[in-house]
Design a protein around this ligand. Structure first.
Ligand code: NAD
Ligand code: MG
Length: 398
């Protein structure tokens, strides 16, 4: 039977890759609902090609969208707006699969709505899990939602773990013979830059990733290594494992997407071209496999695989993320919120590259830790961290 798919963030990099995979399998999947934020032209193109029943945009873009729908004779598409609209499509009774691909905290409530409705949730929006951690994992268990990792590293880890790993009790300790997770990182565009050189790098340089083509925010996160920090936290929650069982490895070729080590001395790795269509297809079809157009790995041309330890002096964001995970409570949410504000300020050229991580560190030092008891509390602290970070950035500017 055909599966009905909702894509939150359809116009983004992950959203577009998801559509590319779905196009290959029209008998197995249909696009029921999509959301967009500012790229209305791209949304119209998606509607022309995939004929969703519902679209969600910010209220401010409704007039523009209706005009464009009329021009293209697109009828019978319901338009919903804002967070209520996003939560509606994410939990809609006619939806089987939700791709959570909105960037940042804006994706949290719709992702949670999908989880509470017991959907198959393909998680790209790592920030939502970093903010809420145990709370999101608890909701998923309670509502029997299947939370499948799309982030390439976590998808790779999932593929290398025993097939029943998600079902066993873990309490922070690796189980079923697993001893360690090796989370790989490309190192980003500035892997070999000195601290001096890092002072003056521009948003354009930061957004030019050597191996992956991605949205602006995650590109900057990859350049600071905050992306790997967020992914470290993401891995701890997804696989219920303490942070000291997760080792970050710089692997500049991005061919191995992560590894799992076992007590018998085995190390399993998942390899492939750096193309998000592979993890998306895996999460869509799991436990089956479906075809993608990603070229197969040619091991003869890709003969060299390098590994090195990350440098926490030039890339302190990774150390901050590990500390936030160790501290627990609301610290990961503070880290994430301050980082969102700082990355935005960097992209707008208000602060320098190294000041991104400085801003995050400042917020972590300013806000007192507390247990992350409820979503309301997390959202409140998220707001507080944004204020602290914004205030700090104003000081840096003056
Ligand atoms: P992107 O910037 O290309 O797309 C973001 C999407 O979110 C767009 O569709 C946009 O319309 C929507 N959006 C942005 N702000 C919004 C708001 N305030 N309200 C509602 N919708 C909003 O980003 P991306 O690269 O596709 O990344 C999406 C998520 O997937 C991020 O959390 C990222 O960390 C994660 N991810 C991306 C990649 C990748 O290769 N791009 C890999 C792994 C994980
Ligand atoms: Mg990743």
């Amino acid at each position: 039977m055909s599966q009905s798919v909702c894509i939150l963030g359809a116009t983004g990099s992950i959203g577009q890759s998801t559509l590319k995979v779905l196009e290959q399998h029209p008998d197995q999947y249909s696009v029921f609902a999509v959301s967009a934020f500012s790229r209305i032209d791209e949304l119209v193109q998606i509607c022309k090609q995939h004929h969703p029943k519902i679209v969600v945009v910010p209220k401010a873009n409704i007039d523009q969208l209706q005009k464009r729908f009329a021009e293209h004779q697109l009828t019978n598409i319901e338009i919903l707006t804002d967070q209520a609209g996003l939560e509606n499509i994410a939990s809609h009774a006619d939806v089987d699969v939700v791709m959570a691909a909105i960037v940042g905290a804006a994706g949290l409530m719709p992702t949670l709505a999908a989880i509470k409705a017991g959907k198959r949730v393909l998680l790209a929006n790592k920030e939502a899990l970093v903010m809420t951690g145990d709370l999101m994992m608890r909701e998923a268990r309670q509502h029997q939602a299947l939370l499948l990792p799309v982030d390439s590293e976590h998808n790779a880890i999932f593929q290398c773990l025993p097939h029943n790993y998600l079902d066993v009790e873990k309490n922070g300790q690796p189980q079923l013979g697993v001893s360690q997770i090796l989370l790989t990182a490309s190192g980003g565009p500035f892997l070999n830059h000195s601290l001096e050189q890092l002072k003056t790098v521009t948003p354009e340089q930061a957004c030019k990733h050597p191996n992956w083509s991605m949205g602006q925010k995650i590109s900057v996160d990859s350049a600071t290594l905050m992306n790997k920090g967020l992914e470290l936290i993401e891995a701890c929650h997804l696989f219920s494992i303490h942070e000291h069982f997760v080792t970050v490895v710089i692997h500049p070729q991005s061919i191995i997407h992560s590894m799992v080590q076992y007590v018998d001395g085995s190390t399993l790795a998942q390899m492939g071209q750096p193309d998000m269509c592979t993890p998306i297809a895996h999460a869509l079809a799991w436990p089956q496999r479906i075809k993608t157009q990603v070229p197969r790995l040619d091991v003869f041309t890709q003969s060299q695989l390098d590994f090195q330890a990350p440098d926490l002096v030039r890339f302190p964001a990774l150390g901050l993320a590990r500390q936030a995970m160790k501290a627990g409570g609301i610290m990961p949410a503070i880290l994430n919120a301050a980082n969102e504000i700082a990355v935005d300020a960097f992209l707008k050229r208000k602060i320098s590259f190294l000041q991104i991580t400085q801003t995050v560190e400042h917020a972590l030092n300013q806000v007192q830790n507390n247990a992350a008891e409820s979503i309301e509390m997390i959202l409140h602290m998220d707001q507080r961290a944004r204020e602290v970070a914004s205030h700090y950035i104003k000081q840096l500017e003056s």
